[in-house]
Write a new protein. Structure first.
Ligand SMILES: [Mn+2]
Length: 349
């Protein structure tokens, strides 16, 4: 695939032999230049340059040199940049650990791969002691945002750690962009410091890639959480032009859908994969469902009781989403677990 792409743009394939620190700066500079040429805005070109700097630094420090290849990339109607890093060095002893942000200790092979995972949209690593390390990653252009964003959804959220301790092992994501939105609840396994680390690794990845397709987000979080305890996560992506949303979920995050004018619970039986992302999770099934102006969506972690009905909370569910979230958290939150609620409804004009 990469070869075809390169063949299509032979004039824009850049191969840089990286042996010493000066080559690192040159590789990073070249990546920034190519990213600008492809059309990446400055902050994104900077992130791509940073990813290349991390990869090239690894080549110098741990592989006695190697090569960085930069080229334009296309795929699934998208345009972007592809970066390859190849060496014949000793291989990365623990890829899972290396790729988890904040885990790789400075100075060991694979340092900075967490950064590469966050900066790039897709990432593949093959590393063997006998055959060196081969990394391919892509970053895609985001559609340009023209004009002020019309916020079509109202979000509410409430979260707190267990027993009101300082460390919250739950996290949430809320994003809106032109015609789309993303909402999610993430629950790091257990609670306390290590649950928080897992949840934050997942949240950081999703925040950085929020507009990417759901399967890509789950694959990226899987990479980001490999050396953590792991997380469960439900993400909902709204396609407002299509009046639809897509849900993908792994593990125990409650998803409820209500018709707020009728007060009725809508039939909604998505396929929820069991498992823990970062440890043993299969890819989630993406489930599409219509989104209407009177739909209320509630996501919550298992730190809230799951046995509740819309009838019980009919009054509360008519409140603004932020109020719904807070009142559900107070009514249903279990003291012994981190608890998080996200509520979404169309803005009523
Ligand atoms: Mn929990």
């Amino acid at each position: 695939m990469a070869q075809e792409l390169n063949a299509a743009h032979p004039e824009r394939l850049i191969v840089i032999q990286v042996q010493w620190q000066g080559d690192v700066s040159y590789a990073s500079h070249s990546a920034r230049q190519l990213a600008r040429t492809i059309g990446f805005p400055e902050p994104h070109a900077e992130e791509i340059a940073l990813a290349v700097q991390e990869l090239a630094t690894n080549l110098v420090k741990h592989a006695a040199g190697g090569s960085i290849q930069l080229s334009p990339a296309t795929g699934q109607g998208r345009t972007g940049i592809e970066i390859r890093s190849d060496d014949q060095g000793p291989g990365i002893p623990d890829v899972d650990r290396a790729i988890t942000d904040g885990y790789s200790t400075a100075g060991t092979l694979g340092t900075g791969l967490g950064t590469v995972n966050r900066m790039m949209d897709e990432l593949e690593i093959r590393s063997l002691p006998s055959a060196g390390t081969h990394i391919v990653c892509q970053r895609w252009l985001r559609p340009a945002n023209d004009g002020p964003l019309v916020r079509e959804l109202d979000f509410g959220a409430a979260t707190r750690p267990y027993c009101n301790s300082g460390e919250n092992g739950d996290a949430l994501v809320i994003k809106q962009w032109e015609g789309y939105a993303l909402a999610g609840v993430i629950d790091g396994l257990g609670h306390g410091q290590f649950a928080q680390r897992a949840a934050q690794a997942a949240r950081n990845y999703v925040e950085q890639h929020f507009d990417q397709p759901l399967p890509n987000l789950f694959r990226g979080v899987e990479r980001a959480c490999r050396a953590t305890r792991g997380v469960v996560m439900a993400l909902v992506r709204f396609d407002l032009r299509k009046h639809a949303f897509t849900l993908a979920s792994v593990g125990n995050v409650e998803v409820r859908l209500f018709g707020t004018t009728s007060g009725s619970t809508q039939r909604f039986n998505p396929i929820i994969r069991r498992g823990i992302i970062g440890l043993n999770a299969p890819q989630p099934v993406c489930f599409e469902h219509p989104w209407t102006s009177d739909t209320l969506l509630v996501l919550h972690s298992d730190g809230l009781r799951t046995h509740w009905s819309g009838d019980e909370f009919a009054e509360i569910l008519r409140e603004p989403p932020s109020k719904v979230a807070h009142r559900l958290l107070i009514a249903l939150g279990k003291l012994e677990d981190d608890a998080t609620v996200v509520v979404v409804r169309s803005k009523h004009s």
